[in-house]
Design a protein. Structure first.
Length: 318
């Protein structure tokens, strides 16, 4: 049997996804509601499971949503975009392609898609919202996960009005679509980085209830039960120590579980010390990623102090 934890750090879907039930429900209630749907944002530190949450809540069911409810759901990665015009064009292009695959397009929609893709910068926004207006009249809803949204300042420095266009797309009743923004940074911070003076646009994308944190106790119960089902069994003291050292961070737990599974599947004991050493080797890189997000924040020094403390404990524990 292959190692079920080999994809630690990648987008997790299917049975490997554990926990986050409340967040999944909140996303689905906002973006998949039958009538009064809305947009949202998922905010969280690196490798905490934001993209996996979006996958579980929306994208795992994309085929069924399209066939039964005419909801076209897909993901775009903002970090791959060269400009905001590029983002809008890809949004229309991906929607049109999905409609064609499902045989749900019409000549009018296809023509309007062509208008978007050939429009110049001054005309593009008009053609884009006309395209989505046609879809809404046809009873088609678009739900787009904008992943790596924290890279948006790079493409909005020359077109800060893009923030207002996103607000319009996520709220105007004539052509509203569902947008799920996935970001390491708070939306107001992204405005500051892009040189945009107001965060008012972000009111359409509430993130207060969708700030993703390390696993809570009930999620840890589910996680360790999944480990046991994979043959990785541990006593309560070891489990408590692993949670303490890892901070209940899903990525750290998964990476360590990958090594543990590899050992146990070859009939080699994965000792308490092995868990500690593995976690201590994983933490520095994660801390560097988090420090990059916190650059310029007063929380950065506290994070570095915590890194030094945890690293010292991991080295001396066993």
């Amino acid at each position: 049997m292959s190692n079920p934890y080999f994809n630690a750090g990648y987008v997790i879907s299917g049975e490997r996804f554990v926990g986050r039930k409340r967040a999944v429900r909140q996303i689905q209630e906002r973006l998949l509601a039958k009538v009064d749907y809305a947009s949202a944002a998922v905010i969280g530190m690196p490798q905490i499971g934001k993209s996996s949450l979006a996958q579980k809540a929306i994208l795992d069911n994309a085929d069924d949503l399209a066939k039964t409810r005419k909801i076209i759901a897909f993901r775009l990665e903002v970090g791959t975009m060269k400009s905001f015009d590029h983002l809008l064009a890809d949004l229309v292009r991906e929607t049109t392609g999905r409609l064609a695959e499902l045989d749900q397009t019409t000549e009018a929609i296809q023509r309007q898609s062509t208008e978007v893709l050939k429009a110049g910068p001054d005309q593009q926004w008009y053609e884009v919202h006309t395209f989505f207006r046609r879809l809404k009249k046809a009873g088609v809803r678009v739900v787009c996960v904008l992943d790596k949204f924290d890279t948006i300042p790079c493409i909005l420095k020359d077109s800060p009005q893009g923030f207002r266009f996103l607000r319009e797309l996520g709220s105007n009743p004539d052509y509203k679509i569902g947008l799920l923004l996935v970001s390491k940074r708070d939306l107001s911070e992204l405005c500051r980085q892009a040189g945009y003076p107001s965060a008012y646009w972000a009111n359409v994308f509430p993130s207060t209830d969708l700030e993703l944190l390390p696993f809570a106790e009930d999620e840890l119960e589910e996680y360790f039960a999944s480990l046991a089902n994979s043959g990785i069994v541990m006593n309560p003291p070891l489990r408590a120590e692993i949670v303490r050292l890892s901070g209940a961070h899903p990525f750290i737990l998964d990476q360590a579980a990958c090594d543990a599974y590899e050992a146990t599947s070859h009939n080699t004991k994965f000792t308490d010390s092995d868990w500690s050493v593995t976690i201590s080797q994983l933490l520095p890189n994660l801390f560097k990623q988090i420090a990059g997000v916190l650059q310029g924040s007063p929380d950065l020094e506290r994070l570095r102090s915590e890194e030094r403390r945890v690293g010292k404990e991991c080295r001396s524990r066993w």
